[in-house]
Ligand binder design. Sequence first.
Ligand code: 5RP
Length: 226
Amino acid sequence: MANADAAKKAAGIRAVDFIENGMKVGLGTGSTAYWAIMEIGNRVRQGLQISAIATSVQSEELAREQQIPLLTFTAFDYLDIDIDGADEVDENLQLTKGGGGALLREKIIASASRKLIVVADEHKFVPHLGAFPLPVEVTPFGWEYTFRQLTAMSGRPKLRQKDGKTFITDNGNYIADCNFGIIKNPKSLETLLNAIPGVVENGLFVDRTNILVLGFEDGTTKILSK
Ligand SMILES: O=C(CO)[C@H](O)[C@H](O)COP(=O)(O)O
């Protein structure tokens, strides 16, 4: 296993210790959240009683394979805990997410959760957000106009591609990967972006994280909390 994978695995598995019997759990998306879902599956098969909702079709399929009982939004008002990955985390535990394109469902589920536990390998911990392109989910209708608004904000948007085609999110939208340089004020950028008609959501997760579980290449973990 490559060392970065060992760090992701360590973080994903460690985060599952925060789950208690009876909890309603949000399941994140990505290669770090993968390990948390696999570990939840192990513990469910050993008798842990939880129910969960996934932040992407991919994670939902994995949860089904792992026999994790799944919830729908009609069945709950809030979740107890959400375990999800990040593309960048700063020392105030502000995040950039959406590298996997699941940011809209991830933000809805983070918002519905009493506690957000972020799992990340050590390389994701940065002094300032902004080196990783900021994903912005936009409607296909009028996307060219929306991109012009993002350009006017110096966001240098690029339409995300996958396998030679325009990437389509689980919600049928496009992703603009933006480059704003160093993001000095994530809160204000998050708000400004979401005020553009045609922007559905953006990948800044501000003042949402309660606990960060950082994984290291030697398999150890460190917990940071707010
Ligand atoms: O936001 C995400 C998906 O939309 C992921 O959580 C983020 O991209 C991190 O992924 P990984 O754990 O594979 O590095």
